[in-house]
Write a protein that binds this ligand. Structure first.
Ligand code: ZN
Length: 199
């Protein structure tokens, strides 16, 4: 697309790299930002800078955190001997919002995807096994998405945990096959967690 001054073109390019944002939406957003009061546009820029400067991964569960440990890992009111394994922080937020789980989490930051060169070593699986070995974890709830990659990731973790004295469960599938936890409504998520089954 031509006709835009270089700085606007650059903004459109950057915005269109965001997931789910096509060229058209990126252009609309760029024009909106251009027309917005200076203060509003600078707040947006500042919040992007701040999130990159201040947010890191929790050293225990790899959730997003402001300190060494995330808010959930630091919460004494939760059951840290039950660990729910999720693909990404979005799924964690979806489960939290359902209010159905009071344990701890482990964020893998991806799923097995041989076609994309993502093997177990690229996920936080080693750290999960270490957590299970180091503290008396009672239950590991596998809450990867109900699609091929999510299932194969769950299967691998099941296998790796196999000989350890821990109860491994999988969330129940009220969640449509091929679906994504972050788009599941709260009630379905709560039921999936409540009716999780042993593997
Ligand atoms: Zn944490």
């Amino acid at each position: 697309m031509t006709g835009y001054a270089a700085p606007i073109r650059r903004l459109i390019d950057e915005l269109s790299r965001l997931p789910g944002i096509g060229e058209k939406t990126a252009t609309r957003l760029a024009v909106h930002i251009l027309r917005a009061p200076d203060e509003e546009a600078l707040h947006l820029a500042e919040s992007i800078r701040e999130v990159k400067a201040k947010i890191r991964f929790c050293s225990r569960c790899f959730n997003l955190a402001e300190k060494d440990l995330c808010g959930i890992c630091m919460d004494d009111g939760r059951d840290h001997d039950v660990i729910c394994v999720v693909e990404d922080p979005d799924a964690l937020v979806a489960i939290e919002e359902s209010g159905s789980f009071r344990g701890a989490y482990h964020v893998l930051h991806g799923v097995l995807s041989p076609a994309d060169g993502i093997g177990p070593e690229k996920l936080r699986i080693g750290e999960l096994l270490k957590r299970v070995d180091e503290r008396g974890v009672r239950e590991v709830v596998l809450a990867t998405n109900p699609n091929v990659q999510g299932e194969s990731t769950a299967l691998l973790i099941m296998k790796l945990l196999g000989r350890r004295p821990v109860n491994v469960t999988r969330i129940a599938m009220g969640i449509p096959v091929g679906g994504d936890l972050k788009y599941v409504d709260k009630m379905t998520m709560a039921k999936a967690m409540e009716f999780r089954r042993s593997t």
